[in-house]
Design a binder for this molecule. Structure first.
Ligand code: FES
Length: 262
């Protein structure tokens, strides 16, 4: 895999190849991307217009794992229009199968009573839904302005180097992930961690391999807030009310906390 990125002062490559995956037919494919990460138009497969469109799958012929069905139904119950649950439903299926495989799409379509084509149109539009097999773990390193100013580009390079030999880890740069206050930061399988230092790249890989929470003391969910109610709420949601707030890792320990001054 090549995850090359232009260093400051270097010309940014116009197009780079990232994310080598096996295609649906087992052949190796790649998704050409511009240097900033967007997919180059024409990367996907053309529809076969000689085929009839796939219909909504027959529940009698489409077995769906119980947990997946329950979660998709719960997502649908949150919205007046069931199509509003498409993204969480596909994301849940991706968790189940590792990617939005044809089988996963078929099962979600069956539960949601939508056509596979509708779901595929959503899955191929959104960057965090994959329609090709991918490594199990996703590390998205934010390289947008706030993170970049605080060393994200160097961390991104370090993360790529740390993950080079690990086929279970995919590393990608991302635009602002909305957590600039912990810049430079990354999302590791959806868990926000930061502020990151170069040594954290190796620790992320070690934690993933060991099956531990990744950089637990740097997880956004444990970060203290000026709002004591927010701290308590975060602690409860993170620990299912099992861990009192006082026991959670305090990443502000030993730092000057400007928020504590009057
Ligand atoms: S710039 Fe990195 S989270 Fe906003």
């Amino acid at each position: 895999m090549s995850f090359g990125r232009a260093k400051p002062g270097q010309a940014r490559p116009e197009v780079e190849q990232r994310g080598q995956h096996a295609g649906l037919d087992g052949r190796s494919t790649s998704v050409p991307r511009f240097g900033h990460g967007s997919r180059v138009p024409g990367w996907d497969e053309a529809a076969d217009l000689t085929k009839d469109p796939a219909v909504i799958p027959d529940p009698a012929l489409t077995p769906v794992p119980g947990g997946l069905r329950a979660d998709v139904e719960a997502a649908m119950a949150r919205y007046p229009d069931r199509r509003s649950a498409t993204i969480p439903a596909l994301y849940r299926a991706q968790e189940e199968y590792g990617w939005c495989s044809p089988e996963a799409i078929e099962q979600v379509a069956c539960v949601m009573r939508l056509t596979p084509a509708y779901l595929i149109s959503v899955a191929t539009f959104y960057d965090m839904l994959e329609t090709h097999p991918k490594p199990r773990n996703d590390v998205f390193v934010c390289t947008n302005i706030s993170c970049s100013l605080r060393g994200a580009d160097e961390f991104y390079e370090a993360m790529i180097a740390a993950a080079t030999e690990d086929p279970d880890v995919s590393v990608r740069s991302f635009e602002c992930l909305g957590a600039c206050d912990i810049a430079p930061m990354a999302s590791v399988n959806g868990e926000y961690v930061g502020p990151l230092e170069l040594e954290d790249a190796g620790r992320i890989i070690e934690d993933l391999r060991a099956g531990r929470p990744v950089l637990e003391a740097k997880q956004l969910r444990h970060r203290r807030s000026v709002d004591p109610g927010a701290n308590l709420q975060a602690a409860r949601s993170a620990a299912g009310q099992a861990r009192p707030e006082a026991e959670l890792p305090d990443q502000n320990a030993g730092r000057d906390d400007p928020r504590s001054t009057p």
